[in-house]
Every structure is written in structure tokens, then in C-alpha cells.
Write a protein that binds this ligand. Structure first.
Ligand SMILES: NC(=O)c1ccc[n+]([C@@H]2O[C@H](COP(=O)([O-])OP(=O)(O)OC[C@H]3O[C@@H](n4cnc5c(N)ncnc54)[C@H](O)[C@@H]3O)[C@@H](O)[C@H]2O)c1
Length: 260
């Protein structure tokens, strides 16, 4: 089978688990060289080892996307280790699981503390800004490239909770549009993936906390099931590849029809 990303260099943020990890594995299977970045060092090491075990080429960078120095260190690794960057996939983000992990609550804007608002915007929106600020020039240096940003269907429409999250994701959608319009002539494409309910740690303790909750969400989804990280990775692979060469500036919902 043709390998869609042969020889390309891709950096994926939040690739230690969930959607980012699935994409890293699929990109490596398709010939990409990977920079795996995440906050969590153990998961970075495990992802790099898993890719190497299958004959792929990956390097890890532990850091926080909301910190400029960590962002620049991860991008520098792409340059030092692989000579540059072709695909920048901003997948890292915090959602419902941030309550257990860091005490950040996903609530409506009246109940959202100022500290939680700042933390959510810093990771989900400023993190994407920083990666694009320092990463897009690396793509233009190579004569073009691809940006994939992860938002959410929550960035496309309103809901009763997770307001700071939804605003951060609406901002991410707009970052992709702005890059598409501003750098299209430099052969940069930028698109946003807007996942629906995807079976990852992010929502295990919230939306998918019981079999009854899983069944209810499956029934409320036209396609009749919850999404998988692989569903998202397949879309990311397509958007990263030349098969998507006329698609840019788009926010693509991948939600089993939930927003239809
Ligand atoms: N799971 C869903 O239902 C769902 C729905 C819509 C959108 N999303 C979005 O999809 C993306 C991937 O989430 P997931 O579902 O794979 O969740 P996940 O929690 O399994 O994975 C997120 C990864 O990002 C990393 N991360 C978190 N904060 C970071 C930071 N500051 N710097 C670097 N890495 C950081 C985590 O360590 C983790 O490995 C996120 O942007 C999320 O908002 C998820």
C-alpha cells in the first residue's frame, strides 16, 4: 500500500495518548518521521518506543504547549533531528479530565473562575498560537507544509457548560482560517478537526463514566456509536497528505453526525 507521508517530518502535540498517539502511530506507518510532544514524559517515552518497535523514526520532547520555551525546544528538535518540519499537528488540549488532573473545572462562564479561564485559554488557544507562531516559519522554509489544529464540535456551537473550552476551540478554528488565508500563497494549508465524542481519557470520568452513559451517547449519535482515536487519526492523515491539497481553512466536524 502507498505510504502517504513518506519522508515527511511531523510534530504532534499531546501525542502521548488518545487521539495524538493514534495519529502518531498512523503517520509513522505512513512513512512520516515524528516529533512526539506531551506534558507526560512516561507516555512520550512509551510512544517513541512503540513507533521504533514497528521500524518507525520518532523522537520525544516533554513540555507544555503553553510555555514558549517548551514550544521552541520541541520545534528545534524537528530541525536538529530531521532537518525541518512539514506537518504541524496541534492536538494537545485539556477538557473534562482537567478537573482530576489539575483542578480545572469545565463549567459555564458565570461559574468559571478567572484562574480556570486563564489556564484553559493558555493551553488550548495560546498553545496553538505559540506552535503556529514558531512553526509556520519552519514550514515556509521548506517551501510549504500543513497545519492541522484540533478544536471540537464545542467550538462550532454553544452548549450549557465548558464555556472557556468552547471559546478556546472557536479561537483555534479561526487560527486555522487565518493561516490558510495569510500563508496559502506560501503553500501552507491549515485545517481544523472538530471531534465529537471520542473514547479517550479526556471524557472517561465525565461523559463516558458508565455503560448507561455510553449507551445514551451512542443512541444520540446518528451513526450509533462513540468515536475512536483512530477515526480522528484517519482524517488527520488525509488532511496531512497531498490527497487533501485543495482543502484549506476548513473546520471539519467528525462526530458520527451529531451536528448534522
Ligand atoms: N475526547 C473527546 O471527546 C474530544 C472531543 C472534542 C475535542 N477533543 C480534543 O481532542 C484533542 C485530543 O484530546 P484526547 O481526546 O486525545 O484527550 P487525552 O486527554 O487522551 O489526550 C490529550 C493529551 O494532551 C496532553 N496535554 C494536555 N495538556 C498539555 C500541555 N499543556 N502541553 C502538552 N501536552 C498536553 C495530555 O498529556 C494528553 O496526552 C484535545 O485538543 C481535545 O480538546 C477531544
Amino acid at each position: 500500500m502507498a505510504r502517504l507521508l513518506e519522508g515527511r517530518v511531523a510534530l504532534i502535540t499531546g501525542a502521548g495518548r488518545g487521539q495524538g498517539l493514534s495519529a502518531a502511530q498512523l503517520f509513522a506507518d505512513n512513512g512520516a518521521k515524528l516529533v512526539i510532544t506531551d506534558l507526560d514524559s512516561e507516555s512520550v517515552d512509551a510512544a517513541v518506543a512503540a513507533i521504533a518497535d514497528k521500524g518507525g523514526d520518532a523522537v520525544g520532547s516533554v513540555g507544555d504547549v503553553s510555555k514558549s520555551e517548551d514550544v521552541r525546544a520541541a520545534l528545534a528538535l524537528a530541525k536538529d533531528r530531521f532537518g525541518g518540519l512539514d506537518i504541524l499537528y496541534n492536538n494537545a488540549g485539556i477538557g473534562f479530565s482537567a478537573k482530576q488532573r489539575m483542578g480545572v473545572e469545565m463549567t459555564d462562564l458565570v461559574n468559571c473562575t478567572e484562574e480556570d479561564w486563564d489556564r484553559i485559554i493558555a493551553i488550548n488557544l495560546t498553545g496553538v498560537f505559540l506552535m503556529c507562531k514558531y512553526g509556520v516559519p519552519m514550514l515556509t522554509e521548506r517551501g510549504g507544509g500543513v497545519v492541522i489544529n484540533t478544536a471540537s464540535i464545542g467550538g462550532l456551537r454553544g452548549g450549557p457548560s465548558a464555556h472557556a473550552y468552547a471559546v478556546s476551540k472557536a479561537g483555534v478554528i479561526h487560527i486555522s482560517r487565518l493561516i490558510a488565508r495569510t500563508y496559502g500563497a506560501k503553500k501552507i494549508r491549515a485545517n481544523t478537526i472538530c471531534p465529537g465524542v471520542i473514547d479517550t481519557d479526556m471524557i472517561h470520568s465525565h461523559m463516558l463514566m458508565s455503560n448507561a452513559a455510553r449507551d445514551a451517547i451512542s443512541q444520540a449519535t446518528p451513526i450509533g456509536r462513540i468515536g475512536t482515536p483512530r477515526d480522528i487519526a484517519e482524517l488527520a492523515l488525509y488532511l496531512a497528505s497531498d490527497a487533501a491539497s485543495f482543502i484549506t481553512g476548513q473546520a471539519i466536524a467528525i462526530d458520527g453526525g451529531m451536528t448534522a
